[in-house]
Write a protein that binds this ligand. Structure first.
Ligand code: NAD
Length: 328
């Protein structure tokens, strides 16, 4: 089995690759994995084993069709994680990079997979493509109403995937997951940013009144779900991956403060993000019913383990580490 993983040096992709190389996915214990990653600010080669007999790392751009066409012959599957992912960045000057990497990059991956007759592609997408929902939850057939440039670029990539399936018969499956947390995430994102700052006794910025609600899923559960879709999903299908674990941003910040032993007064309200989606909620009955998916990591334990990981890994902190926090 040969699997090409794009964006495998990032948060979720690297978790997927480490798990596969460690034999964590039955039937894939001897799989050979090639990672293609451009090593943007969010990608870190150190997230992957330095040397592993079944891992090949290629520094490259998913918009590079000749590169992908040179790599893909003989591969059984592509798992496509590579994307620009930080919503805040997509609101500023970096918006073009989102549409380039996420829309053109996905179309390039699909084109290369088609040309090289790759058996299956899993396109990793997000619940943010649905927009914001006041009540209830989204099923996979809900219309896409993305609000941020990030979400719009991911929605574009989902539609590119659909078109390659409908037009060319490429076996591509799309996953749409809720917010992930866990180790190895870039420290710009909410959980690692708040955790490392709270551990250091520094204030953290909470958008607006903190009432925005997200479902949180451990990265390990997300990756297991992706693997289920790779193995048992159906071509052209979309699978929501949720947790049922909803928290407002304020509740999450308060829980992180408790876990870090920090005072809740360090949570400081700041001007709300432009166009901030109020609430995301997924109906993931389909993947539970069809593929037997169920999250395994309890939120309280998973979040505590995540905080403990960032406490240990002070080399990842973007700011000086006070002696007290490191010993913590
Ligand atoms: P991340 O930002 O941590 O990692 C993205 C990786 O893609 C990085 O290693 C980066 O270097 C690489 N990359 C970016 N542009 C590239 C390009 N043009 N060519 C090659 N590599 C490129 O992101 P993540 O949180 O691991 O997210 C992975 C995927 O999962 C994304 O597609 C994202 O939309 C999706 N997703 C993320 C979450 C979440 O909560 N983090 C939730 C649902 C879905």
């Amino acid at each position: 089995m040969k699997v090409l993983v794009t964006g495998g040096a990032g948060f979720i992709g690297s978790h997927y690759v480490r798990t596969m190389l460690a034999g964590g996915y039955r039937g894939y214990e001897s799989a050979r994995v090639t990672v293609v990653d451009a090593l943007t600010y969010a990608g870190d080669r150190a997230n992957l084993p330095v040397a592993h007999p079944r891992l090949r790392f290629v520094e490259g751009d998913v918009c590079d069709l000749p590169l992908l066409r040179s790599l893909l012959p003989g591969y059984d599957a592509v798992v496509h994680f590579a994307a620009e992912t930080h919503v805040d960045r997509s609101l500023g000057d970096a918006a073009a990079a989102f549409f380039r990497s996420n829309v053109l990059g996905t179309q390039t991956v699909l084109e290369a997979a088609l040309a090289c007759e790759v058996g299956r592609v899993v396109h990793v997408s997000t619940d943010e493509v649905y927009g914001s929902i006041a009540q209830g939850s989204w099923t996979e057939d809900r219309p896409l109403e993305p609000n941020s440039p990030y979400a719009a670029s991911k929605a574009g990539s989902d539609l590119a995937a659909r078109s390659y399936w409908r037009t060319h018969g490429l076996d591509v499956r799309v996953t749409r997951c809720s917010n992930n947390y866990g180790p190895y995430q870039d420290v710009e994102k909410l959980v690692p940013l708040f955790t490392t700052r709270l551990l250091a006794g520094l204030p953290v910025p909470l958008y607006g009144d903190g009432s925005n609600e997200r479902e949180w899923l451990h990265v390990d559960d997300h990756c297991r779900a992706i693997q289920l879709v790779l193995e048992g999903g159906r071509a052209g299908e979309i699978y929501n991956i949720g947790s049922g674990n909803a928290r407002t941003n304020l509740e999450l910040a308060e829980q992180l403060a408790r876990l870090c032993g920090a005072d809740a007064s360090l949570i400081r309200r700041v001007t709300d993000r432009k166009g901030h989606d109020q609430r995301y909620a997924l109906d993931d009955a389909k993947i539970r019913r069809d593929l037997g998916y169920a999250p395994a990591v309890a939120f309280d334990r998973g979040l505590a383990d995540t905080v403990a990981w960032y406490r240990r890994h002070t080399e990842r902190w973007p700011h000086p580490v006070p002696a007290r926090a490191a010993l913590g």
